[in-house]
Ligand binder design. Structure first.
Ligand SMILES: Cc1cc2nc3c(=O)[nH]c(=O)nc-3n(C[C@H](O)[C@H](O)[C@H](O)COP(=O)(O)OP(=O)(O)OC[C@H]3O[C@@H](n4cnc5c(N)ncnc54)[C@H](O)[C@@H]3O)c2cc1C
Ligand code: FES
Length: 276
């Protein structure tokens, strides 16, 4: 059940140019699933809409996570039953710029967990690709932590700022691609698959649209399912405004149109079901 609450910022760290790593203490951690997201409300009321940010990591018991105990009084929070969520984001405009200035102990208005999340059953016990591109990499971390499978994690970056790579390599075989060739395979995640001679039975992915289109084509050519998270523009975040629709292959049973709302029916879709 989604709900709105005032979380507390536990820690925030800059982990790359314009990229921030934030932990918040929140009861929403108890229900959060990989691939779901939170809406974070800027305090500046001229920034009307909340900003969707994916759940990067879930810590249900704060004591279990070294990073969070550093933030202090973790035992008390653990007893209160509030866990913590990690959000990793790139400053894109006014809202995310505001978030990047928040300090430990400050309140953060959030709503969530929102969206459907990745289907874990589809990949359990299988050989899988977990693919992330740029700021689509954060949700891949919690997915990798939860999924019991032969995990090949393939992530694409612009350059040698390999944010989250240290966390990801603990979760499976890690393959890196960089646009400038400064680390791993020069090129994109598809180039990394080819260069390393990789194959899989199921794909999970989040990243920019050209990457997701390439993954959809690849999955179709191999006859395997691909579950892609579409981090498109959003407005209300809760299904009310139709500001986030994606064209679907099948008609919706209720509305009889070839549309789905990314914020509620998504953000994760099987690639074969959407026209991107
Ligand atoms: C389900 C979902 C999950 C997301 N998860 C993350 C995440 O984990 N980390 C992260 O850094 N970002 C994530 N995003 C993108 C993030 O929501 C936007 O970058 C943010 O809302 C921008 O707000 P702003 O006020 O800073 O910038 P704005 O002033 O609103 O926009 C600044 C610029 O960014 C562009 N922009 C805004 N939203 C998006 C978007 N969704 N995709 C591409 N361009 C956009 C605008 O067109 C504009 O050019 C996610 C988006 C969705 C829909
Ligand atoms: S953002 Fe309003 S319906 Fe999806």
């Amino acid at each position: 059940m989604k709900k709105k609450e005032t979380a507390v910022l536990l820690s925030q760290e800059k982990i790359g140019p314009g990229i921030y790593d934030m932990w918040i203490e929140t009861s929403l951690a108890k229900e959060a699933e990989p691939g779901q997201f939170l809406c974070v409300y800027p305090r500046d009321k001229s920034t009307l809409l909340p900003r969707p940010i994916s759940i990067c990591q879930v810590a249900e018991a704060l004591k279990a996570d070294g990073r969070n105990t550093e933030a202090g009084s973790a035992e008390r929070r653990g007893r209160d039953g509030r866990g913590a969520l990690r959000l990793v984001y790139r400053v894109a405009g006014k809202g995310t710029a505001e978030f990047s200035g928040y300090l430990a102990g400050e309140p953060v208005e959030v709503m969530g967990p929102l969206g459907n999340g990745f289907p874990l059953e589809a990949g359990r016990g299988r050989k899988v690709f977990l693919m992330g591109g740029g700021i689509g990499i954060p949700p891949i971390l919690e997915l990798a932590r939860r999924l019991e499978a032969h995990k090949q994690i393939i992530v694409g970056y612009r350059d040698s700022n390999l944010f989250l790579a240290e966390d990801l390599e603990k979760q499976g075989e890690l393959y890196v691609a960089t646009e400038d060739g400064s680390a791993g395979t020069r090129g994109n995640v598809m180039d990394a698959i080819a260069a390393n001679g990789l194959d899989a039975e199921v794909i999970y992915a989040c990243g920019p649209m050209p990457m997701l289109r390439a993954i959809k084509r690849y999955a179709e050519s191999k006859g395997i399912p691909a579950y892609i998270s579409l981090e498109e523009h959003m407005a209300c975040g809760v299904g009310a405004c139709l500001g986030c629709v994606v064209k679907t292959v099948e008609k919706d049973a209720h509305s009889h149109v070839n549309n789905a709302r990314i914020c509620t029916e998504g953000p994760v879709f099987e690639a074969k079901d959407v026209e991107i």
